[in-house]
Design a protein around this ligand. Structure first.
Ligand code: UTP
Length: 297
């Protein structure tokens, strides 16, 4: 049996420039998908996968994130007084046990690899998960849970992988695949944001990883990669062909890129339609919208 994954790193120190001006004062991860901030989806997914320690890599201006996970005694008291028990229960999902959550600062946005490296002293010598909260995955079994289960069998490093259209490959880390078996892919190469037309496959890495401490050691050595940033992809690629190899995991589910405006809007519609209390209103509205547009043509 491989070592259990109980720690997860949430890199949330990015500038979120694609959502300016909103992100001038609101961290991207606090932006709301239906009625929960993105970070809540990430935490729920981590909990479902058995994560017990939550490490946030933050930066200046992200205080709202720390407050979000704090208890709110006054608010709780008010809700209790008014008998709003359902809301009290909802609020409980945001509470974190004392000591279960830790914050480290990335002083300068030097890329995802650098953000993960900032958490090195809290990870020590065990496998750990990385979750990017702006990638939201809708799935029957949460994506990280699928990966943790596969990782318990196979160990090593694992990256969540999905097929992307050819003309989108240059926006992702792309896998060069040696072979595949079921949902698992043996990786023989990885390239971050390949030049259009040069990608080794159309299998892209999205924001869920299970990594070994060796990746942190690789990050120690890396200076900067594509785009002048310390790329996590390069540090993971350094493990290919070692005793801690790299596997892609073709997860079951639909991923929404909530780091982009179009992706966020798509997720809002999809998650809204999936909600029993909202489905009929939203569905009716969308049908009316399309019928109106068709009639106008
Ligand atoms: P993105 O590439 O989406 O960058 O980061 P960003 O800064 O968040 O957003 P844009 O592109 O300016 O709109 C992917 C993930 O890596 C984290 C981000 O917080 C996000 O979760 N990240 C990125 C860091 O923590 N530090 C960095 O230096 C860069």
């Amino acid at each position: 049996m491989k070592k259990k994954v109980t720690k997860a790193v949430f890199p949330v120190a990015g500038l979120g420039t694609r959502f300016l001006p909103a992100t001038k004062s609101i961290p991207k991860e606090i932006m709301t998908l239906v009625d929960r901030p993105l970070i809540q989806y990430a935490i729920d997914e981590a909990r479902a996968a058995g994560i017990k320690e939550f490490i946030f890599v933050t930066s200046r201006g992200k205080n709202a994130l720390e407050d979000y996970f704090d208890h709110a005694p006054q608010l709780e008291q008010e809700l209790r007084k008014k008998g709003k028990n359902a809301l009290l229960e909802t609020l409980k999902t945001t509470n974190m046990e004392s000591g279960a959550i830790a914050y480290v600062r990335q002083h300068k946005a030097m890329g995802l690899g650098h953000a993960v490296w900032c958490a090195r002293n809290l990870i020590a010598n065990e496998p750990f998960a990385v979750i990017l909260p702006d990638d939201v995955v809708a799935a029957d079994k949460p994506c990280l849970q699928q990966m943790v289960e596969a990782h318990a069998e196979i160990g090593g490093n694992m990256v969540a992988a999905m097929e992307v259209p050819e003309d989108k490959a240059s926006s992702y880390g792309i896998l060069d695949c040696a072979s595949s078996e079921g949902r698992l892919v043996n990786v023989k190469g990885m390239v971050e944001k390949p030049e259009p037309g040069t990608q080794p496959s159309n299998l892209a890495v999205i924001g869920r990883y299970i990594l070994t401490p060796n990746v942190l050691r690789n990050l120690n050595k890396i200076k900067t990669g594509t785009g002048g940033e310390v790329q996590l992809t390069d540090a993971i690629a350094g493990q290919i062909g070692t005793d801690d190899p790299v596997h892609g995991y073709r997860f079951e589910g639909t991923r929404y890129d909530c780091g982009s405006k179009a992706g966020f809007l798509q997720a809002t519609v999809a998650f809204g339609l999936a909600r029993e209390d909202l489905h009929d209103d939203l569905d009716g509205y969308l049908r009316g919208l399309y019928a109106g547009a068709a009639a106008a043509q």
